[in-house]
Design a binder for this molecule. Structure first.
Ligand code: 13P
Ligand code: SF4
Length: 308
């Protein structure tokens, strides 16, 4: 089967089964093309509440599908590739954060959405990279414990001098691997380009940026900007998608190495197999107890209340 034939078969099957496909922007072009909703973590979590499809297939990583399930518990939610996990989401366990809550009882615990549902049960509010600043500013308490990403947390802390933000030693291995030396080399190679960076990168890199923002923030900035050249300081797929969308501009990935293997593991055949396996137990369905959903969802609802 060609890619086009497989895409056509997927489009037919999703109509027949009343299924919506949600794809994070880090997915490959051929998956983005068959998705009903695409975007960053925040946009997709809101989109998950909008669809009236009976089934959702998530092309992204596990915590994203879990979030969709929590927001639409009456729907069946599937992860297209069961091995797609986010290493950052697994970095801190519930007991550690529960222990810290006891030690620092006057801090509001802010969790990046890249966390497991279990961990969310001991947090007060979630944030995504596009909503973190707004939400931290909207929290009345000055004292905050921000988990797990110390780079996103440091970026927020820089802009909220009135807040006392405690950070732990976690983060995205893909973004945190980018060095200031590599960023400076890309800027020297493309002196006319604007440097757009994701806040999961280390402060030494975000301090070199012309713009810092979430995946959707970077894409919107590049689309609207009058500039013609951009160095993209996030997953390499974003430079590819932007180049496709804006052929009159030039997009350079800051290095070819910012590749999230977990985001790239999902293939079109995975999506097809999920559609055909939903009713025979072969697809990977997100199953969560009502108790876990109720407990973990509170901080997602709080995110939507403060960030909406
Ligand atoms: P956003 O989609 O919120 O920009 O986050 C990027 C990311 O690393 C997702 O896992
Ligand atoms: Fe997790 Fe980083 Fe991959 Fe996003 S890019 S899924 S934060 S490892």
């Amino acid at each position: 089967m060609t890619v086009r034939e497989l895409q056509d078969a997927i489009i037919k099957l999703k109509k027949e089964t009343n299924t919506a496909i949600l794809a994070h922007s880090y997915q490959a072009r051929e998956i983005v093309e068959i998705a009903d909703y695409t975007g960053d973590s925040y946009k997709l979590s809101v989109d998950a509440t909008k669809t009236d499809a009976d089934n959702i297939i998530f092309c992204g990583v596990h915590f994203m599908a879990e979030t969709a399930k929590m927001l639409s518990p009456q729907k069946r939610v599937f992860l297209a590739n069961k091995n797609a996990g986010c290493p950052m989401a697994e970095q801190m366990d519930k007991d550690l954060i529960a222990h810290l809550r006891n030690k620092e009882p006057d801090r509001t615990v802010v969790a990046y959405i890249n966390t497991t549902a279990q961990l969310k049960t001991v947090c007060d509010v979630c944030v995504t990279s596009s909503s973190a600043l707004k939400i931290v500013n909207a929290i009345e308490n000055e004292k905050i414990l921000f988990i797990p990403d110390c780079n996103l947390g440091a970026w927020v802390r820089d802009q909220c001098p009135d807040k006392d933000i405690m950070l732990l030693n976690g983060g995205c291995p893909t973004h945190a691997a980018l060095t200031a030396k590599e960023a400076k080399a890309a800027k020297a190679e493309h002196p006319d380009a604007l440097f757009l960076v994701h806040p999961e990168c280390v402060p030494q890199v975000t301090h070199l940026a012309d713009y810092v923002g979430s995946t959707s923030g970077i894409m919107d900035f590049a689309r609207k900007s009058d500039a013609k050249e951009f160095i993209i300081g996030t997953e390499t797929s974003i430079a590819e998608h932007l180049q496709y969308e804006c052929p009159d501009k030039k997009f350079y990935p800051v290095t070819k190495d910012i590749v999230c293997r977990n985001m790239k593991i999902t293939t079109l055949p995975d999506v097809y197999n999920t559609l055909t396996g939903m009713d025979n137990g072969e697809a990977f369905e997100i199953l969560m107890s009502d108790e876990l959903i109720t407990s973990a969802r509170k901080c997602i609802d709080e995110m939507i209340r403060l960030g909406g």
